[in-house]
Structure formats: C-alpha cells, structure tokens
Design a protein. Structure first.
Length: 312
C-alpha cells in the first residue's frame, strides 16, 4: 500500500501521518530520502520483514531524487502486501510521469494550506487549538499571531499560514494565564515577508540608516536565498500593481493578492517613475541569473537590489 501526503501544510501532513501510523499499528521507519539507495528502495518495495506482521516506511521529499522517484513509480504496483509506504511531499511536479503514475497507484491525501484570504477560518481554528492548550487569546491576538506566520505559497502573490508554527507557539505559551503581545512576540518573531516589506518600504522612502540597520539584522538571522526571493517577489508585485490600469481592489482579484496588500503596494509604487520600475526590474532579473551561475552571493544580490531602490 502506498500513501501520498501531498501539500504545503506541514501541520496537516503530520496529522495525516499520525492517523496512518495509528491505523497500521506498526512502528514507522523514517528513512532519509536524500541518502536512499536503489537497493534500499528495492528492499522497501519488494521485501517484507521477519520481525513484525506489518512494515511502515515514511519517506519525505523523495521527489528531490528524480532517479529514485522514477524507479518507485515503475515499481509502484509491486509493493509488498505487508508493507505500507508513506510518501510526504510538499510539492510535486504534476507534469511528470512519476506524479501521474503514483497518484493512480497511491491513496492521495491532500494537505492544502490556509491562505491569508481565509483569515476568519484561520482565526476560528486558532481559537479551537488554543482551547486544547488551555489558553485564551483575543481576536486581535489571534490576528497578530497569524500575521506573524504568513509565508510565500506556491504562487508568490498568495501567502499561506504556517499552522505548525502556530501550534508550536501555543505549546510554548501553555501554562500562561494572561497572554500578552510581548509574550506573542517572544514565541513568534515577525514573519520574514513582513520584515522584507519593511525593508522595501524603507528603501523606497530613502531611509538609508534604517535600511542599513535592518539589512544587518537580516544577515544575522535569515537565509540569503530566501530573502532575495522575497525581495524580488515583492518588487514584482509592486510593479504589477504600479502598471495596472485598474484600482487596487480589482488588481488584487486579478493577481490573487489580498486587497490590503495591493493597497500597500499601490501607495508605495507612487514613489517610482516608470523608467525606474523598468530598470530595477531588469536588475532583479540580472541578479537572479547571476546567482544561479554563482557569479555573486545571495546577500550580494539582496544588497545590490535594495540599494538600487534606495539610490534610484
């Protein structure tokens, strides 16, 4: 039997995996897909076990190894009857033969994230989860916590809510009687995307000292590749809003963007001329290409893009 837990929601993925483990009643073997060999994969698919009636194997992100993924798709119909294989995949290229084969052979469990556009559903879920941890949080606190765990989704214009971060925050707060904003800030630092927007905003407003300070903080705590991707993504959204001939609310629908975010980008875009938008966008593309060719480091890319915005 093969299960495919597919989607970006790590919280729901862990819940789904826990249910499978409980149903099978076997201790899971959690193997590292990055170090898996063809022989080990063959043993999982075709071999049984001498020590228990059932074998439960968990493989995460096997799609990162195309050779083994293709081989598993080829062998999918041969999985031993006493073996349950669970594949956990955040993303899976739906155009590949392996995806089409495995989704036909496997029991697929979709674990889609809650997006920022589903704020009311997220708040209701967070209140329920807080009760499980014997915590009471206000509506404004719930909204604050959710804002701190927004991360880029598959579509850069749509951010998703990292429920796993929220659960861990609630676990850290468990036992506290009165939850304060300071306590929330301690267990949930501001979302990286919000920090990057602040950086973009400060650069647009030519606040050099504050840009320097925030850049230094980011270098100490964040990943350069992720930071450049966020800066480039947010710049692309700003340009899209700036060049649109429709109001922010309309362009938000067209781009799958939250209306409030579209309004913020519209206000910020007024700081730039069309030639500036064009030249900085070209620079972002050139920097991205240069990083892929290892011609510059990710942090060099972030620095050059932000200071091009600052010094335009």
């Amino acid at each position: 039997m093969i299960y495919l837990i597919l989607g970006e929601n790590s919280y729901k993925a862990e819940q789904a995996l826990a249910r499978i483990v409980a149903d099978i009643g076997a201790n899971p073997e959690r193997l590292d897909a990055s170090s898996l060999t063809l022989n080990t994969l063959a043993d999982i698919v075709r071999g049984g076990t001498l020590f228990s009636e059932r074998r439960l194997v968990v493989l995460r992100q096997l799609s990162g190894n195309k050779q083994l993924l293709d081989k598993l798709a080829e062998w999918a119909g041969e999985v031993s009857t006493d073996t349950t294989l669970v594949l956990v995949e955040a993303k899976f290229d739906k155009r590949t033969k392996a995806y089409k084969t495995l989704t036909k052979q496997a029991s697929v469990i979709a674990v889609e994230p809650i997006t920022e556009r589903d704020q009311s559903r997220a708040v209701a879920w967070l209140h329920d989860e807080a009760k499980i941890h014997k915590l009471t949080i206000s509506q404004s606190q719930a909204a604050n916590m959710i804002a701190r765990v927004l991360v880029p989704g598959e579509k850069p214009s749509v951010r998703v809510i990292d429920q796993m971060q929220l659960v861990r925050a609630l676990e850290a707060l468990a036992g506290s009687n009165d939850i304060t904003e300071a306590m929330i800030a301690t267990v949930l630092p501001p979302a990286a995307s919000d920090t990057v927007f602040s950086l973009l905003e400060l650069a647009a407003e030519r606040k050099t000292a504050r840009v320097d300070s925030l850049m230094a903080e980011l270098r100490l705590s964040d990943d350069g590749h992720q930071t450049f991707a966020l800066v480039a993504s947010q710049w692309a959204q700003l340009v899209s809003v700036a060049l649109a001939d429709t109001p922010p609310a309309t362009i938000a629908v067209e781009l799958g963007m939250h209306p409030f975010v579209a309004k913020k980008f519209a206000d910020l875009s007024r700081q730039f001329t069309k030639p500036q938008l064009k030249s900085i966008t070209q620079l972002a593309a050139d920097l991205d290409a240069g990083m892929k060719l290892s011609q510059l480091s990710p942090w060099d890319g972030v620095h050059r893009l932000i200071y091009a915005i600052l010094q335009r």
